[in-house]
Design a protein around this ligand. Structure first.
Ligand code: PBG
Length: 317
């Protein structure tokens, strides 16, 4: 096939408009700490993060999602710091919004960065307490909205949290805040490096979240979760992880025709990055191929830790 006809007949493509950059933040000044299992991904203090964002906004970055690494002595059983209006996340949102009013800011709604056990919810009688957790999450979402975020993204996987957050947003007159629900979140071993990044891995006992994240062997339940979340008021949905779950992206898009986002998670990043470091595979090629597979499957965009790398590449093209 000649180049021109290959270009003309290409169905999917990647542009600057597809990227959501997940950023890790820490307290303090002048900090840029590389995450051990995610080469070239860093935890930034705000003063260091702002120039990075500035650079990427110039390259066309549309949105970021913020993940805090909270000091361990601020973590407790019920994730109290999640409801502190001056916690790391809220302070970051206020500041980033001031500098970049046009940039979309997404906040993760979940307790895992804040709990001493690293779980996304609170625990009663050795079990994640769904309803108690929701009563905290809806307050967390309001604080994030007050700080100025554009989208709240519940990643906790409690049942009924989208409706509770939607009602709470309405009650507080936040009519423009969107809900991007992590509707489909598998209990995946690909989250490992992320749990290191927010320093929750060693806290999590048992070492999995199987009681509230989904079984990788199932797909019907994914469709069910998306349906529920849309009926509860979600504006967009996330499928997570990305590459091992392309079939789920495709089914959800086909069935519901809502905005669908793929999350290329930390372990996918580490996997591609380490293969490239070993010179087994070419980094740019495999990253672009993995991202375009999300688009081909039906995703409208994706979360990727490769955002800085690929935005640079797109610019140079
Ligand atoms: C939890 C949360 C996780 C990720 C985003 N939000 C991990 C988990 O469920 O433990 C993972 C993201 C990644 O691996 O890149 N609220």
């Amino acid at each position: 096939m000649k180049n021109f006809s290959r270009n003309l007949t290409q169905e999917s493509s990647i542009s600057q408009n597809d990227f959501i950059w997940p950023v890790f933040i820490i307290d303090g000044k002048n900090q840029k700490q590389e995450i051990q299992k995610m080469p070239l991904v860093y935890r930034y203090s705000l003063d260091k993060l702002i120039p990075e964002i500035e650079h990427l906004v110039k390259l066309g970055l549309q949105a970021i999602v913020i993940f805090p690494q909270i000091e361990n002595d601020k973590k407790d059983e019920i994730g109290t710091d999640a409801l502190n209006p001056h916690n790391l996340v809220c302070n970051a949102v206020r500041k980033i919004k001031k500098y970049f009013p046009e940039l979309g800011i997404i906040c993760d709604v979940a307790l895992d960065p804040f709990t001493s056990h690293g779980h996304d919810g609170v625990i009663s009688d050795d079990k994640i307490d769904n309803d108690k957790t929701i009563s905290i999450l809806k307050k967390q979402a309001i604080l994030q909205a007050k700080a100025g975020c554009d989208i709240v993204a519940p990643s906790d996987m409690m049942d009924g949290r989208v409706l509770a957050i939607r009602e709470e947003l309405e009650k507080n007159e936040f009519k423009d805040i969107m809900i991007m629900s992590y509707s489909v979140k598998y209990s995946s071993s690909f989250y490992g490096p992320f749990r290191d990044a927010i320093d929750s891995k060693k806290l999590i006992k048992p070492h999995h979240k199987k009681s509230y994240q989904m079984n990788p062997a199932n797909s019907d339940v994914a469709l069910h979760e998306v349906k529920m979340d849309i009926s509860e008021g979600a504006d967009m949905v996330i499928i997570k992880p990305g590459m091992p779950y392309l079939d789920i992206i495709s089914k959800c898009k086909d069935r519901f025709r809502v905005p669908v986002f793929a999350y290329q998670v930390s372990g996918e990043y580490s996997m591609l990055m380490s293969a490239a470091k070993m010179n087994y595979l070419n980094l740019n090629d495999i990253v672009l191929e993995s991202l375009i597979s999300f688009k081909r499957a039906g995703a409208d965009g994706f979360f990727s830790y490769f955002t800085p790398l690929i935005l640079e590449k797109l610019q140079k093209k």
